[in-house]
Ligand binder design. Structure first.
Ligand SMILES: *[C@@H]1O[C@H](CO)[C@@H](O)[C@H](O)[C@H]1NC(C)=O
Ligand SMILES: *[C@@H]1O[C@H](CO)[C@@H](O)[C@H](O)[C@H]1NC(C)=O
Ligand SMILES: *[C@@H]1O[C@H](CO)[C@@H](O)[C@H](O)[C@H]1NC(C)=O
Ligand SMILES: *[C@@H]1O[C@H](CO)[C@@H](O)[C@H](O)[C@H]1NC(C)=O
Length: 341
């Protein structure tokens, strides 16, 4: 059943209008299984956009799989189908490695030697099919996290703040771009800024054409749509949708969500993000984490515990003794799915 739906997710654009310029790009889609676990599809278009290589995995190892897809595309281009099959087979049969341990899938000595020099200083993959299992417990850093880097480069601070505020209001949000790799990176990058909270609603990094009606869903969502399909979405005359075009860095919103966040938190975040020193390492992720802590961190003080009884959360004590803006924000925020969860 899953395999039958995969091809549609592998070509999530108007195939009549687009193909050549998508070649070589990496993108992801997410399939949510019955236990609501997210399974990622890591894709690379090749052969003039006619073939899509796709690895399905529960592991969010973007950089590892993207590099591996490049190797596979290389094999395909050089008609080394046997090597391609061998690599996939050894990947498939390999047990899940522990963080920071090396994995060697190399089947071809020559390719290994030829590429050693070029990729030496890159983080995960040393030769073509050799990688260090990533440790995904830290905050995402720039430039190592492609997600966050692409998002930070494409979208200015004001629009990042607007989108963050709209996510904290659990709006219906569409992100669009003409580049699939940028599109999915920006989806993941923006959602990651809610950490340690998670987006609880519909989450589709690239929406395939046959599912465009999802945009009409009355519940919150975070959806990426290739720009070749955006007119068809606009034709549905959706109301109450926040739309971010990352190619032009423009955000359209019928709401003033940023205004509803406590202004001291927003201005502290804004100042941090505008500093040169924030732009590398985990500065951006840390600035947002600090904002999350300022907004929600005091939840612990509102937990009530009596021996032998379940722990409860006291909404009233969570919102009282706060500034009036903060109080107003928290009174609505306690009803958000991401907070409840
Ligand atoms: C590689 O695997 C595919 C799928 O199992 C198979 O159709 C193909 O014949 C294999 N190619 C080689 C060269 O073994
Ligand atoms: C990986 O395995 C290949 C083939 O067995 C071998 O030639 C290569 O030296 C190994 N690479 C590393 C870094 O261990
Ligand atoms: C990209 O985003 C996904 C989904 O949020 C995350 O699991 C993954 O670790 C991110 N990748 C990088 C390289 O940061
Ligand atoms: C948008 O809707 C109009 C009128 O219903 C139709 O003529 C047009 O072809 C539609 N455009 C797209 C891109 O679907």
């Amino acid at each position: 059943e899953v395999l039958q739906s995969v091809p549609k997710f592998c070509f999530p654009f108007d195939v009549e209008r687009v193909s050549q310029n998508q070649v070589g790009q990496h993108f992801t889609f997410v399939l949510t299984d019955i236990e609501s676990k997210q399974r990622f599809g890591f894709c690379r278009l090749t052969s003039g956009g006619k073939i899509c290589l796709c690895i399905l995995s529960y592991l969010p190892w973007f950089e590892v799989y993207y590099k591996l897809l490049n190797t596979l595309a290389d094999y395909l281009a050089k008609e080394l189908e046997n090597d391609l099959n061998e690599t996939l087979k050894s990947l498939y049969n390999h047990p899940v490695p522990k963080a920071n341990t090396p994995v060697n899938l190399s089947v071809n000595q020559e390719i290994f030697i030829a590429s050693e020099q070029v990729v030496k200083d890159q983080l995960y993959v040393v030769p073509h099919s050799y990688f260090i299992a990533p440790d995904v417990t830290g905050l995402p850093t720039i430039p190592e996290s492609r997600n966050l880097t692409e998002y930070f480069v494409a979208v200015d601070v004001n629009n990042m703040l607007q989108l963050y505020a709209s996510m904290l209001h659990e709006r219906r949000i569409v992100i669009t771009s003409s580049k699939l790799s940028t599109l999915t990176a920006c989806l993941h990058g923006s959602a990651a800024l809610l950490y340690p909270m998670y987006w609880q609603h519909i989450y589709i990094p690239v929406l395939p054409p046959h599912l465009l009606d999802y945009c009409c869903a009355p519940m919150p969502y975070l959806i990426g749509i290739h720009s070749s399909l955006i007119e068809r979405v606009r034709n549905k005359s959706l109301e109450d949708v926040v739309m971010l075009n990352v190619d032009t860095n423009t955000l359209e919103s019928p709401f003033n969500d940023l205004y509803n966040l406590p202004s001291d938190v927003v201005s502290a975040l804004k100042n941090k993000l505008k500093k040169q020193s924030t732009a590398t390492g985990d500065g951006v992720a840390r600035a947002f984490l600090r904002a999350q802590a300022a907004l929600f961190g005091s939840y612990r003080d509102a937990l009530r515990y009596k021996p032998g009884e379940p722990i409860t959360f006291c909404e009233e004590s969570f919102v009282k003794h706060r500034s009036s803006v903060m109080k107003q924000f928290l009174e609505t925020a306690v009803n958000l799915q991401l907070f409840k969860q």
